[in-house]
Write a protein that binds this ligand. Structure first.
Ligand code: C2E
Ligand code: MG
Ligand code: MG
Ligand code: MG
Length: 288
């Protein structure tokens, strides 16, 4: 919208410019309000994590959950993380948000452990865009320690674009984290910058096939060929590959027959708050 307004403003003479510059002002003001609200939401701990189950294709059991941030804005309602994460990255809130996500996910894992709910691992999305916190490793280890959790409980999901930033200090942080026994998963695999060379620099333990390869896989030969090729990359590297965004049985059947290891998507469950996830688990995997 901003682009359109700008374009129209430029092409339609002086009077119009004033009109559209008001609109741009409004956009800037909305944005600034969101930044202030987001900062407060993180500080007041009103963001929530929802959890989406991940299913081991081999035995059909739940092998983990992915934690996804939710923001119920007092005036605007639910705001998608695809909208507020980039804001956090731009306005210096991403470290606080990362910290909040790791803390909340660890706290939840400890609670499930105590309730004897068998969820072996939690995946947390980590944004390293515009990130400076060189204490990230200590911070994560501190949270694990605090909640008495093994490093193997935690997987950090990174996106390929993150690794365009080959800033040596970022790489060092990632290597330190890995040294401590925490794994990395490459999210949205196949959609980012198409160099695979980062796979040599960063120890990745899992690939996640992006949803865009899955969404039409039952009709599209190219999607099927690409999902197969991506699985092959994972297998050659001896790491697991997750298929995300599975919405129907046909898609699941194809990915299963190709040899995918882990499945995630609306077919199994939407992301749920912790209470609803607990109910889901009890219903789908009743004990005896
Ligand atoms: P992502 O990490 O790739 O997460 C998967 C997204 O796909 C989630 O959207 C999830 O709700 C959605 N999804 C899952 N299964 C299906 C399906 O079967 N069909 C369709 N159409 N969608 C499905 P969501 O929760 O809106 O999150 C969007 C993105 O925001 C995430 O993509 C992730 O990059 C980012 N994000 C979410 N939470 C956090 C967070 O706590 N920290 C950071 N840094 N980023 C986050
Ligand atoms: Mg993810
Ligand atoms: Mg993804
Ligand atoms: Mg994504």
């Amino acid at each position: 919208r901003a682009d359109v307004a700008m374009y129209q403003a430029k092409t339609s003479g002086r009077g119009r410019f004033t009109y559209f510059s008001h609109e741009l002002n409004q956009l800037a003001q909305d944005r600034q309000e969101l930044e202030v609200d987001l900062e407060k939401a993180i500080k007041d701990n009103v963001l929530e994590l929802h959890y989406q189950p991940q299913i081991s294709i081999e035995d059909g059991k739940i092998c983990g959950v992915e934690a996804l941030a939710r923001w119920d804005h007092p005036r605007l309602g639910q705001i998608s993380p695809s909208k507020f994460i980039p804001i956090a990255e731009d306005c210096g809130l991403i470290e606080a948000l990362n910290q909040w996500a790791i803390h909340s996910a660890c706290k939840q894992m400890a609670s499930w452990k105590e309730q004897k709910i068998d969820i072996p691992r939690v995946s947390v999305n980590l944004s390293l865009h515009n990130f400076h916190n060189i204490n990230l490793c200590e911070l994560i280890l501190g949270e694990l320690d605090n909640f008495n959790l093994a490093p193997s409980c935690l997987i950090l999901e990174l996106t390929e674009n993150v690794l365009l930033d080959t800033n040596p200090s970022t790489i060092k942080v990632l290597l330190d984290i890995h040294e401590s026994g925490i794994s990395f998963s490459m999210d949205d695999f196949g959609t980012g910058y198409s160099s695979l060379s980062y796979l040599q620099k960063i120890p990745i333990k899992e690939l996640k096939l992006d949803r865009s390869f899955v969404s039409d896989i039952e009709n599209d030969n190219t999607s099927r060929a690409l999902s197969k090729a991506i699985l092959q990359i994972g297998k050659s590297l001896n790491i697991k590959v997750v298929a995300e965004g599975i919405e129907n049985k046909e898609q699941y059947g194809i990915l299963k027959s190709q040899g995918y290891h882990i499945a995630q998507g609306y077919l199994f469950s939407h992301p749920l708050n912790s209470t609803k996830l607990e109910t889901w688990i009890t219903n789908v995997f009743p004990k005896d």
